[in-house]
Design a protein around this ligand. Structure first.
Ligand SMILES: NC(=O)c1ccc[n+]([C@@H]2O[C@H](COP(=O)([O-])OP(=O)(O)OC[C@H]3O[C@@H](n4cnc5c(N)ncnc54)[C@H](O)[C@@H]3O)[C@@H](O)[C@H]2O)c1
Length: 375
C-alpha cells in the first residue's frame, strides 16, 4: 500500500520520501513504479517527461531521520498496534510540530495510535483502498484527540490529490469494512445452509445484483486469510455482535492454505486448465440469494448512519467509490422501499431467532414515519 500512496502523492506534485525497514521492499517498490509508469506511457496516460518527474520526486530512504522537514507522513506498515505506536512515538522526535502524522490502518483504533504521541491532536487516519492509485475513495478518520485543524488540512490535501474523501468516526472497520461485512458473511452462510454453491451465489450477485464481482470471487481475490482476519477483528472489536460473526467455512479455507488466487486455490481452483462449475441460473433462487444479502447490507448502511459513523451521503459514496458497489446502499433502500427491507429482515429474524438479522432502530423509525433518505 505504501508504494501506491507514494505514487499518488508524487503524481500530485509532492516531493516524497518512502521508508521501509526492509531495503528489498524499497527496491521492489521502485521497480513496480517503473513498470506502472511504462504501462501508463504506453497507454498515453502520461508523457515520458511526467513519468520521469513522478519517479524522480520519490526518494527511497533507509533511515527515519530523513523524514525531518516533512509536512505529512502516512504510515502504511504492518498491522500491529505496538509496532505502529513505537513508530509514531519515534517520528515525533524527528519531525517538527506542524507535521501531520497519519495512519493507513484498516482495523486499528486511531485513538490508540494517537495516544503514543505527545502532540496527539496532529494524528489522524487516512485510509486508502487498494490499489491506491486506482481506487478513488479515501476515508478520513479523526480520533477523539484529533484537532479540527488537522482534519481540515488532511481532508483538503487528499481532496487536492483528486481523491473522493469521506469523513468517518474512529470505529471498527470505519465505513467500508464495517458496512461490507454481510456481503461476505451472509454469502458464506447461504452456502453453509446448502441453499446454493459458490458459483450460483456469485452469479446471483453479479448478474441479478449488478455487483462487479461475486462474494466468493472477491474473497479469493482479497485472500481468505486477510478477509477472515478483518472479519474476526471487526467481530471482536464490536464485542461479539452476531451481525459480524465470522464463518467456519472461511476459517477452514484459510487454515488449509486455500487463500484464493495468490495460493492457486480458494473457493475456486486457479490452477492451469481447471474448470469452474456452472451456476444454477434459476432466477427465483438467485433473487432470494440477492435479496437476503442486500437487505443485510442496506441495514448495515442505515445503522452506520444511525450511530453517526458517517453522513448518509458519505456512506453511499464510500460503498460506490471504495468497493465499486453498483449503487449506494441507502439509495438502493429507497428504491426497493425501506418498508420492504424491514419486512424481509423481520422475517429472517423471526425464522432464525438470531440477532444477526435484527433491524436497525433507524430503519424501524423511518418506516414508521414514512421517511426515506434525502441526499
Ligand atoms: N493491503 C490492503 O488492501 C490495505 C488496504 C488499506 C489499508 N491497508 C493498511 O496498510 C498497512 C500496510 O498494509 P500492506 O498490505 O501494504 O502490508 P505489507 O505487509 O504489504 O507492507 C507493509 C510494509 O511495512 C514494512 N514495515 C514493517 N515494519 C516496519 C517498520 N517498523 N517501519 C517501516 N516499515 C515497516 C514491511 O517491510 C512491508 O514492506 C496496514 O496498516 C493495512 O491495514 C492495507
Amino acid at each position: 500500500m505504501g508504494s501506491g500512496i507514494a505514487q499518488v502523492a508524487s503524481q500530485s506534485g509532492h516531493e516524497v520520501v518512502l521508508f521501509d525497514t526492509n531495503a528489498e521492499q524499497l527496491d521492489k517498490a521502485k521497480g513496480k513504479l517503473a513498470k506502472i509508469m511504462a504501462r501508463l506511457i504506453e497507454k498515453g496516460r502520461v508523457t515520458s517527461q511526467d513519468s520521469e518527474a513522478i519517479q524522480n520526486r520519490i526518494t527511497y530512504i533507509t533511515s527515519m531521520n530523513d523524514f525531518a522537514g516533512s509536512g505529512l507522513i502516512i504510515e502504511a506498515i504492518i498491522e500491529n498496534i505496538d509496532i505502529k505506536k513505537k513508530v509514531f512515538a519515534d517520528l515525533e522526535n524527528i519531525v517538527d510540530g506542524n507535521c501531520i502524522l497519519a495512519s493507513n490502518t484498516s482495523s486499528l483504533s486511531i485513538a490508540s495510535i494517537a495516544a503514543a504521541c505527545i502532540k496527539s491532536d496532529r494524528v489522524i487516519g487516512i485510509h486508502f483502498f487498494n490499489p491506491a492509485p486506482l481506487m478513488p475513495l479515501v476515508e478520513i478518520v479523526p480520533a477523539v484527540q484529533t484537532s479540527d485543524a488537522t482534519t481540515t488540512a488532511a481532508r483538503d490535501l487528499i481532496d487536492s490529490w483528486k481523491k473522493i474523501t469521506v469523513l468517518t468516526k474512529d470505529t471498527p472497520g470505519f465505513i467500508v469494512n464495517r458496512v461490507a461485512r454481510p456481503f461476505y458473511g451472509e454469502a458464506l452462510k447461504i452456502y453453509e445452509e446448502g441453499v446454493a454453491d459458490f458459483a450460483t451465489i456469485d452469479w446471483a450477485m453479479t448478474e441479478l445484483g449488478g455487483f462487479r464481482m461475486g462474494p466468493f470471487t472477491l474473497m479469493d481475490y482479497i485472500g481468505n486469510d486477510i478477509n477472515y482476519t478483518v472479519t474476526e477483528t471487526v467481530f471482536k472489536a464490536f464485542y461479539y455482535d452476531p451481525r459480524y460473526r465470522p464463518s467456519f467455512t472461511q476459517k477452514r479455507h484459510s487454515e488449509a492454505g486455500w487463500f484464493g488466487r495468490k495460493s492457486g486455490r480458494g473457493y475456486y481452483d486457479y490452477s492451469q486448465g481447471a474448470t469452474k462449475s456452472a451456476p444454477n441460473t434459476d432466477t427465483e433462487v438467485g433473487t432470494q440469494i440477492l435479496n437476503r444479502i442486500l437487505v443485510l447490507l442496506i441495514n448495515e448502511a442505515i445503522d452506520a448512519v444511525f450511530l453517526n459513523i458517517a453522513s448518509p451521503k458519505d456512506v453511499d459514496l464510500a460503498m460506490t467509490k471504495g468497493v465499486n458497489y453498483p449503487k449506494g446502499l441507502l439509495q438502493w433502500g429507497n428504491e426497493i422501499g425501506l418498508s420492504n427491507v424491514l419486512a424481509q429482515l423481520d422475517t429472517l429474524h423471526a425464522e432464525y431467532g438470531d440477532d444477526k438479522y435484527r433491524a436497525s432502530v433507524l430503519l424501524r423509525r423511518m418506516v414508521k414515519s414514512g421517511e426515506s433518505f434525502n441526499f
